[in-house]
Design a protein around this ligand. Structure first.
Ligand SMILES: Nc1ncnc2c1ncn2[C@@H]1O[C@H](COP(=O)(O)OP(=O)(O)OP(=O)(O)O)[C@@H](O)[C@H]1O
Ligand SMILES: [Mg+2]
Length: 325
């Protein structure tokens, strides 16, 4: 097992107004990630899927310890990274990289492409000089930026969104990490280019054996690439399982709703659309009981009182819903 996340929580304190400070001493929190557990195998593609605000990005950042967890453990290659000191954490970083959503913001405009990709090699003292340059040229070729010498010397401003994301991928892969957190890596890229970027990521996984924690709001994208998928809702995992199983036999009403929103490729073959009531509530005022119950078409007696636990209903298939206890 490469990564194990245990009961992870991240609460952000809510800033109070002057009046609120006078009236109450009670602190309020955004419960962005509210107790989640999962694991990722070596070389696996594991996706976190959920609507905006469900806590996907926060999870990815805490897993890499770019932000500190409120509680819980993140065990990477057998070590709890939440307890590592600064120096140990820096050494660990070469094995865990990130690809961000926005290829326009993630690259330094004043750095040539070659320098940007070489940077992690220098930081982690993996290679320098001629050797480092050779490694960068080889990586440029692998991510499809050819001829590599031309791209080595260009500035990000001259590249398209898709090309920039290839640079970001090259930069993440150059240290040969074991885990890459990819946070919506194709959502800002032209639709026509998305599949080629995803295919590239899958080719690199085959070649290097890297595992991905893939973050997306798009179940169709998750289906295309994932071995397993976890569905998140308001800071919790509500269903988790192998991709095939989840699509064939979704159990949570929220998963069913997300699935029914994916367009069907064959025209004429209409499927019933499960519509959700209302909007996703604020992560400050999470509904009592099952946090999904106010929007759930199947809600019944215990749902507004008791919080359902994530239970294994068949091997490897977990769901948190009172319909399945
Ligand atoms: N630094 C922060 N301070 C306060 N609240 C935060 C902070 N970062 C995230 N949040 C809140 O935590 C919740 C989860 O946010 P997060 O960005 O993890 O969601 P997400 O699933 O990645 O959403 P999206 O699909 O929009 O990227 C949201 O309510 C968000 O407003
Ligand atoms: Mg996000």
């Amino acid at each position: 097992m490469l990564l194990k996340v245990e009961n992870l929580k991240k609460y952000f304190p809510v800033a109070k107004t002057f009046i609120e400070r006078l009236l109450t001493r009670e602190e309020r929190y955004v419960r962005a990630v509210d107790g989640i557990s999962f694991h990722i195998e070596e070389g696996e593609v594991f996706s976190l899927v959920g609507e905006s605000g469900s806590g996907k990005t926060t999870t990815g950042k805490v897993v890499l310890r770019l932000i500190e967890p409120t509680s819980g453990r993140v065990i990477f290659q057998g070590r709890d990274i939440t307890s590592l000191g600064k120096k140990e954490l820096r050494l660990m970083r070469r094995h865990m990289q990130i690809i961000y959503q926005d290829p326009y913001a993630s690259l330094n405009p004043r750095m040539r492409v070659g320098e940007a990709i070489m940077d992690p090699l220098l930081i982690h003292k993996i290679a320098e000089g001629r050797e480092a340059k050779e490694m960068v040229l080889e990586m440029l070729e692998k991510v499809g930026l050819t001829p590599p010498e031309t791209f080595f010397n260009s500035y990000p401003a001259y590249l398209s969104g898709g090309q920039r994301q290839r640079v970001a991928i090259a930069r993440a892969m150059i240290t040969r990490p074991k885990l890459v957190v990819a946070d919506e890596p194709v959502s800002m890229i032209d639709v026509s280019l998305r599949a080629s970027i995803l295919d590239l990521m899958m080719d690199l996984r085959k070649e290097f054996g890297v595992a991905y924690l893939f973050i997306t709001h798009d179940l169709a994208v998750a289906k295309y690439i994932s071995d397993r998928i976890a569905i998140m809702y308001l800071g919790k995992i509500v269903e988790l399982g192998r991709t095939k199983v989840l699509f064939k036999n979704p159990l949570h009403p929220y998963t069913k709703a997300l699935l029914s929103a994916i367009p069907v490729p064959t025209p004429g073959k209409r499927k019933e659309r499960l519509r959700l009531k209302g909007e996703i509530p604020s992560a400050i005022d999470i509904p009592p009981g099952c946090r999904f119950h106010p929007r759930c078409p199947m809600s019944f007696e215990p749902c507004n009182k008791e919080e359902p636990e994530l239970m294994e209903v068949e091997p490897g298939h977990f769901v948190a819903c009172h319909l399945h206890t």
